[in-house]
Design a protein around this ligand. Structure first.
Ligand code: GZL
Length: 335
C-alpha cells in the first residue's frame, strides 16, 4: 500500500478514536425550568430531578420560576442562548408557549416535558416525550372513592354538597382533575358542587378560600358535606379553616386531596382527612432515562404515565384491591 494511503488510514483511525473519546467524555448539559416551590409535591419533584441528574453525571442548570410564566419563558430562552443539550420543563399553565417552543425546535434542542403539559397546535411535535400522571384519572378516582365511601356509610343517594378547591387556573392538573371528577358525578345528580374556586395549589390560599366557602355556606344556609381539593396542600390549609370554624374535618366535612404527600398521610392518620389520591412527583429517574434513550438514538413514546394508587384508612380495610392503607404505607413515603 502506498505511503499516502497508510497515512490516510492512520489519520482516519485517530480521528475516529478522538471522536469516540470526546463523545464518551462529553458532559450532558440539561436546562430545567421548574414551576416553583408552591407545594410539598413540587419540592419532591425538584429533589427527584436534581438527584437523578446528579446520579447520571449531567450538568444541571435549574431555574425555579416562582409560579410565574414569564420567569419560565426567560429561563427557556437562556437555555437556548447557552446551547444546552436538553431542556426539561413543567409548564405552569397550558398556553402561551407557542413561540418559545418553535424557537427551541429551531435550535435543535430536545425537550422532555415533565408533570404538566402545554396546549398549542401539534404540540407533540415540539417535545420528545411527556412524562407524568393521568390527571383526569386522578379526578375520576377522587369521585369514585367518594361514591364508595358514601355507600358504605349508608349515605348513597343522599343530597351531598361539595366545595372544590381548584389548582392553578389554566394548569393541566387543575383542568383535568376537575374534568375527571365531573365525569363521575354527572351521573349522580344528588352530588352537587355548590362552590368552586382556585387555591392556586398553595396551603395559604387553600385556607383563605375555605374560610370564604364556610362563610357563604352559613349565610346561604347550604351546608358543606365534602371538600374536593386538587392537591393535599390546599386540603391542609382548608382543614385549619374548618377547625377554626368549630367543625370537625374528616367527620363534619369529608376531605379529599390529591398528591399523597406525607402531610396528607399524617392528617389521615389523625382522622382529619379521609383520602389522598397519589400523583407521583418522583419523575427524575424517568426524566434521565429519556435523555439516555435519546442519546442512544431511540425514539420515545410521546406519553409516559407514572403508576399511582389511592390511600385511606376506611375503604382500604374493606376493598384492599382498590385502596391502600395510609398507615401501612406512610413509613415508606419520601415526599
Ligand atoms: C401535578 C402537579 C401539581 C401538584 C401540586 O402533577 O403539577 O402541582 O398536584 C403542584 O401539588 O403544585
Amino acid at each position: 500500500m502506498k505511503l499516502k494511503w497508510k497515512l490516510l488510514l492512520v489519520f482516519v483511525v485517530v480521528l475516529v478514536l478522538c471522536t469516540a473519546s470526546f463523545a464518551a467524555d462529553r458532559r450532558i448539559v440539561v436546562g430545567f425550568a421548574q414551576i416553583g416551590s408552591e407545594s410539598d409535591w413540587r419540592v419532591g419533584s425538584t429533589n427527584s430531578v436534581r438527584q437523578a441528574c446528579a446520579d447520571a453525571g449531567f450538568e444541571l442548570i435549574f431555574v425555579d420560576a416562582n409560579q410565574m410564566q414569564e420567569n419560565q419563558l426567560s429561563a427557556l430562552r437562556d437555555f437556548i442562548t447557552r446551547g444546552v443539550d436538553y431542556i426539561g420543563f413543567s409548564p405552569v399553565v397550558m398556553t402561551g408557549w407557542d413561540q418559545i417552543m418553535m424557537e427551541i425546535k429551531d435550535a435543535g434542542i430536545p425537550v422532555i416535558m415533565l408533570d404538566r403539559n402545554i396546549d398549542m397546535p401539534n404540540h407533540t411535535d415540539y417535545y420528545a416525550t411527556w412524562i407524568g400522571s393521568n390527571f383526569v384519572e386522578e379526578g375520576e378516582k377522587s369521585a369514585l372513592w367518594l361514591l364508595d365511601y358514601l355507600g358504605i356509610h349508608g349515605r348513597w343517594g343522599e343530597e351531598i354538597n361539595i366545595v372544590e378547591l381548584q389548582g392553578t387556573v389554566g394548569s393541566s392538573p387543575a383542568i383535568d382533575r376537575k374534568t375527571g371528577f365531573e365525569n363521575i358525578i354527572k351521573d349522580h345528580p344528588n352530588l352537587k358542587i355548590t362552590q368552586s374556586q382556585t387555591g392556586d395549589f398553595t396551603t395559604e390560599l387553600g385556607k383563605t378560600v375555605m374560610e370564604s366557602f364556610l362563610r357563604r355556606a352559613q349565610s346561604d344556609g347550604v351546608k358543606i358535606d365534602v371538600l374536593y381539593a386538587h392537591n393535599d396542600g390546599m386540603a391542609i390549609g382548608a382543614i385549619q379553616a374548618i377547625k377554626e370554624a368549630g367543625l370537625v374535618p374528616g367527620k363534619d366535612i369529608i376531605i379529599i386531596g390529591v398528591d399523597a404527600v406525607k402531610l396528607a398521610f399524617e392528617a389521615i392518620l389523625a382522622g382529619e382527612m379521609n383520602v389522598t389520591v397519589e400523583c407521583s412527583p418522583l419523575l427524575g429517574p424517568q426524566f434521565v432515562q429519556a435523555i439516555k434513550d435519546i442519546e442512544a438514538g431511540e425514539t420515545l413514546d410521546k406519553i409516559t404515565f407514572s403508576i399511582e394508587h389511592v390511600y385511606d384508612e376506611t375503604l382500604s380495610k374493606l376493598m384492599p384491591h382498590r385502596y391502600l392503607s395510609a398507615e401501612e404505607h406512610y413509613p415508606s413515603r419520601v415526599y
